[in-house]
Design a protein around this ligand. Structure first.
Ligand SMILES: *[C@@H]1O[C@H](CO)[C@@H](O)[C@H](O)[C@H]1NC(C)=O
Ligand SMILES: [Zn+2]
Length: 417
């Protein structure tokens, strides 16, 4: 929406949309790294540590010819749904946050606790320009944050095998990642006199061993134990379903396998790339050790192409200001949901913010129902108008709920959070 494709720069954008946000003396706005946006709304009580809301304005590509019912950038409405690339990743948060702020300002609201809004422009390719430069700006100002809320998990309704009723999973960590290159080198030769083992055969054996021996289940060692404890009365964990499996262990995916150039030449080199998503109870180093011992063949060379450890686990106990404020806001609005901490199996812009806040949550109250998970980065991405309005209300209430000085004691009657 902010992009140049619309033929309007941020200034004109401001004049046409969210006029109060862009004209209010309460809001400071700056463009970062040419396309990302940083807003600051100071609070009246300087003793209250500010927080930050994050979202991203970029999207993955979408091609009309892939089977979309409407043009993917039309935002066309059909039967109560807005269709378009980004409607659930992550325009719903971008627009929901700005719309909530617009309404609050129109009503004359001014916060006691200050807050930042960061809208990155390159999350889908790692956030190396947008998020990282916003972080630089904030670090220069010496900002520390009480908590951060970014995209990530959602309200899952009927999409986890065996779970009855909707569950709002608030991401308190993110899996890490590693890309590992395996290679086997052998002297080249002619196919008329093949050796007993070729470079391809040796590497294929290694890859097969990796697929036959998945990383250990770490259920009970990471925060997902809490997820399933909170949901215990409603869930049957099924390891065989790929979606729950991803929560329970480091996943191993062989994504590239290259070798050979000619039908009658034994290739000297065979290479495979393995992409791993690392469970919060493991590190990159431990994962490399596991691969080495599972492959168990010195002829297979292993090289870490890139990788990072899982993100730290944010607090979610009764004294956790961010978690409890998000939870209260959710339960006031959706009394029927179960709220539980969860682990993001993908990564978000917020991973660049770990120096600014100890507590980082990844969640928006987007309702995901059967069939919706394929719409992420897929065709016919959509959000219902009702759910979009719920997002606006959620941010509208959350901002106001953040004005409390401290959480009421968990045992004081009548103030239950
Ligand atoms: C911003 O745009 C200018 C001019 O096109 C360019 O030189 C600069 O590298 C850009 N900065 C970033 C962070 O992308
Ligand atoms: Zn996203």
């Amino acid at each position: 929406l902010f992009s140049h494709g619309w033929g309007r720069g941020p200034k004109e954008f401001g004049n046409h949309f969210f006029p109060t946000v862009f004209s209010s003396h309460l809001v400071q706005h700056e463009v970062v790294a040419n396309y990302s946006h940083l807003f600051w709304v100071p609070g009246s009580d300087l003793a209250l540590v500010p927080y930050m809301l994050l979202a991203h304005i970029d999207v993955v590509p979408a091609d009309e010819n892939d089977g979309w019912e409407v043009s993917p950038f039309s935002a066309k409405e059909i039967d109560g749904f807005i269709y378009g690339r980004g409607t659930i990743d992550n325009k719903q948060s971008v627009m929901g946050i700005l719309q909530a702020l617009e309404y609050l300002l129109i009503r004359g609201y001014s916060p006691q606790r200050g807050f930042f809004i960061g809208l990155g422009h390159d999350e889908e390719v790692g956030g190396l320009q947008g998020a990282m430069n916003i972080v630089k700006v904030l670090k220069r100002k010496g900002v520390q944050l009480a908590f951060i809320l970014d995209e990530g998990l959602a309200v899952l309704d009927g999409v986890i095998s065996g779970l009855q009723g909707p569950a709002a999973l608030i991401g308190i960590s993110e899996k890490g990642q590693a890309t590992v290159k395996l290679s086997v080198f052998k002297a080249p030769g002619h196919s008329s006199m093949p050796p007993r083992e070729s470079s391809i055969g040796i590497l294929a054996g290694a890859v097969k061993r990796l697929e036959d021996n998945p990383m250990p289940i770490l259920f009970g060692e990471g925060p997902e134990r809490r997820t399933f404890e909170h949901l215990a009365h409603r869930v049957i964990v099924m390891e065989r379903s790929p979606d729950t499996n991803a929560f329970l262990r480091t996943t191993t995916a062989v994504t590239m396998f290259n070798s050979g150039v000619k039908v009658n030449v034994l290739p000297s080199l065979a290479e495979a790339y393995v992409n791993l998503r690392i469970h919060p109870a493991q590190t990159v180093e431990e994962v490399l050790e596991f691969i080495q011992s599972t492959v168990g063949d010195e002829r297979v060379k292993m090289e870490l192409v890139n990788g990072f450890d899982p993100l730290p686990v944010s607090s979610y106990d009764e004294t956790s200001f961010g978690f409890q404020t998000i939870k209260k806001t959710l339960l006031d609005q959706f009394p029927q949901v179960t709220v539980a901490p969860g682990v993001c199996i993908g990564n978000t812009d917020s991973r660049h913010y770990t120096d600014l806040a100890k507590d980082i949550y990844r969640f928006a109250p987007t309702w995901i129902r059967p069939g919706d998970t394929q719409r992420f980065h897929g065709i016919n991405e959509r959000i219902s108008k009702k759910n979009y309005e719920e997002l606006v209300v959620f941010y509208f209430n959350l901002i106001q709920n953040c004005d409390i000085k401290e959480l009421p004691s968990p045992h004081s009657a009548g103030h239950e959070l």
